[in-house]
Write a protein that binds this ligand. Structure first.
Ligand SMILES: [Fe+2]
Length: 488
C-alpha cells in the first residue's frame, strides 16, 4: 500500500491560512492531511471544493485586503471544468467555466464567472455525444492570449473566443477556417517574435500536427509530425530555435472510447497506459517541417502533463518537467497517476538518448501546474512556480505555492494550511522588473473550513511572506486548471 499512498492525480488542474505557515530550504515537508475528508462513496470531483457551481454571477468594486500594486492593470482569467448538469464522469469532462478578475491600477473593478458556451454546453450534453473534436469540445482547460483575443481551449477541439469585457462567448475560433486539427491547451507564445506555437493531436492520422500563428490570428504554418500512434500529448515546449514534443505511452483506445461515448458511467477512460509504446522526446526546428523532427528515447516509460520551461544549451535542449511514473493505469475514471517528480531532461538535437535527472523526488513535494515568466518562455530560467500537491488516495489535494530555484535547488514555500487549496499560480511580470522573479503570483484560493474563496496575490520575490492582497469573492470558485493575464 505504500506505493498506493503516494499515488497522486495530476492535473490538467487545481488556498489560505491567514495564520499561514511557510518554509524554505532544499526540500519542503509534505503537507499535513487535509482536515476536510472526502466522501468515498461519491466522485471526488463533484464534492468539496471541486464541486461545480450553478450560477453565473458578477460583482463590482470588490474590497482588497492588503494592497494590489498600483501598476497592476489587466484581466486575470482562469478556466476549469464545471458540468452544467451538476455531474460528469471525470474531473476533466465538465463544461468549461471561466472565472475572471478585472484589476485597474490596483483596484478590483469586477469578478465574473461564465460558462464557455460551446454546442455541448448549449445542449446540456455533457461529454458523451460523438467523437470529440471541432466544436464538439467543452473548452475547459486553459485561457490563452493571442494578441488582443482571449481564447479558451480544451484538450481536443477548436478553441473558443471570449469577450474580455464580460467573458461572454463569441464562438469557435478556427483561424479564419484554416485550422483543420484540434488545438491543445498549452500553446507557447515566443517572447521574441510574438508568434504563437501550438499543436493538436488526433485519434486518426494525422496524429500530431504542429502549428504557428501570428498575434493577429493568421495561421502561418501547419505540419504533421510523424509519431507511431495516437497518444495523449497535453503540453509541449519551445526554445528560441526548437519545438519540443514528448510522445509518451498513453495511447488512445478506440474500444474504450466507443464504450465511453455510449455510456460515460462505464468507467472506460478513452486512453490506456501502454508502456510497450515507448517514450520519446522530439526536437523540431521552430517553424520547421514535421519530417525534420529528431526523436530521442527515454529509458523508462513515464507521463508528463506539464513542462516548466525549456531552453537551448549548445547542441542540446534542456526541458524541466513534472513527471509521473505512469498515468491512467487501468480504465479508471479517477485518473490516478504514479509517482510525481520534478525532472530535468537534456535532449540532443540529433536523435539519441535523453538524459533524465531527478531534481525533486516523490517524497519531497515536487509540485505540479508549473508557471514561469512569459518573457522567459523558451529561454534559460532560474525559477519556476508550482503548486503543492499532497499525495492522497482519493483524488487531488493541492496546497500553496513552491518557488523552485533551478540554479541552487533551493525551494521557498508558502503553505496556506490544511483546509485551504489553490491551483496554478500564474506569474505576472512587473512592468519595471529587472530580475526574473520581479512580479506577482495570482490564483484562487478556497478554504473548505469556511467556504470562502478568494483571489490571492503574492510577491514572487518573497513567496514565504504570504499574500500581499486578498479579495473575497461572492461565491465559491471550484478548483480548476489554467489561467492567463491580459494586461490592460
Ligand atoms: Fe494543463
Amino acid at each position: 500500500m505504500r506505493l498506493h499512498r503516494r499515488e497522486v492525480l495530476v492535473l490538467a488542474g487545481g488556498a489560505l491560512a491567514f495564520a499561514a505557515c511557510s518554509s524554505s530550504g532544499r526540500t519542503a515537508a509534505p503537507r499535513p492531511p487535509t482536515t476536510v475528508p472526502l466522501d468515498p462513496g461519491h466522485p471526488w470531483w463533484l464534492q468539496r471544493g471541486f464541486a461545480p457551481v450553478r450560477k453565473e454571477v458578477e460583482a463590482f468594486d470588490l474590497p482588497v485586503q492588503g494592497a494590489l500594486p498600483p501598476e497592476l492593470s489587466g484581466l486575470y482569467v482562469r478556466n476549469g471544468s464545471n458540468p452544467r448538469t451538476g455531474t460528469s464522469p471525470h474531473w476533466f469532462f465538465g463544461d468549461g467555466m471561466v472565472h475572471g478578475v478585472r484589476i485597474d491600477r490596483g483596484r478590483v473593478r469586477w469578478y465574473r464567472n461564465r460558462y464557455v458556451r460551446t454546442p455541448l454546453y448549449e445542449a446540456s450534453a455533457g461529454f458523451g455525444t460523438g467523437a470529440p473534436g471541432g466544436t464538439n469540445t467543452q473548452s475547459n482547460v486553459s485561457c490563452i492570449r493571442l494578441g488582443s483575443t482571449l481564447l479558451t481551449s480544451g484538450e481536443v477541439g477548436l478553441p473558443f473566443e471570449l469577450q474580455t469585457s464580460d467573458l461572454s462567448t463569441v464562438g469557435a475560433y478556427d483561424f479564419s477556417g484554416r485550422l483543420k486539427t484540434s488545438m491543445t491547451a498549452h500553446p507557447k507564445l515566443d517572447p521574441a517574435t510574438g508568434l504563437l506555437h501550438f499543436f493538436g493531436y488526433g485519434f486518426v492520422p494525422p496524429y500530431l500536427t504542429y502549428h504557428m500563428a501570428s498575434p493577429d490570428g493568421r495561421l502561418l504554418h501547419s505540419t504533421e509530425v510523424p509519431v507511431p500512434g495516437p497518444t495523449m500529448i497535453h503540453d509541449f515546449a519551445i526554445t528560441e530555435h526548437d519545438a519540443v514534443f514528448w510522445d509518451l505511452p498513453v495511447v488512445f483506445d478506440m474500444d474504450a472510447a466507443i464504450a465511453y461515448i455510449k455510456d460515460p458511467s462505464s468507467g472506460r477512460f478513452p486512453f490506456r497506459w501502454t508502456p510497450s509504446y515507448g517514450a520519446r522526446v522530439g526536437v523540431l526546428p521552430l517553424g520547421g517541417n514535421g519530417d525534420q523532427v529528431q526523436w530521442s528515447s527515454l529509458d523508462e516509460p513515464c507521463y508528463v502533463f506539464h513542462g516548466v520551461n525549456a531552453f537551448r544549451d549548445g547542441e542540446h535542449v534542456v526541458v524541466d518537467v513534472c513527471r509521473l511514473s505512469s498515468v491512467f493505469g487501468e480504465h479508471t475514471t479517477t485518473g490516478i497517476g504514479g509517482e510525481l517528480s520534478l525532472r530535468r531532461w537534456t535532449v540532443p538535437t540529433t536523435a539519441g538518448k535523453v538524459r533524465d535527472d531527478v531534481l525533486v523526488g516523490a517524497d519531497d513535494d515536487p509540485g505540479e501546474l508549473p508557471s514561469r515568466p512569459p518573457g522567459l518562455v523558451g529561454r534559460p530560467h532560474r525559477y519556476g512556480y508550482l503548486v503543492q500537491n499532497r499525495p492522497t488516495d482519493d483524488g487531488v489535494d493541492l496546497g500553496g505555492v513552491i518557488k523552485h530555484d533551478f540554479r541552487s535547488g533551493r525551494r521557498t514555500v508558502w503553505d496556506p494550511g490544511p483546509t485551504r487549496h489553490s491551483g496554478e499560480w500564474l506569474f505576472v511580470a512587473s512592468p519595471d522588473g529587472r530580475d526574473e522573479d520581479e512580479g506577482w503570483l495570482m490564483t484562487y484560493v478556497h478554504d473548505e473550513a469556511t467556504g470562502v474563496s478568494e483571489f490571492v496575490t503574492l510577491d514572487a520575490t518573497d513567496v514565504a511572506a504570504g499574500p500581499i492582497a486578498r479579495v473575497r469573492l461572492p461565491q465559491r470558485v471550484p478548483y480548476g486548471f489554467h489561467a492567463t493575464w491580459f494586461p490592460a
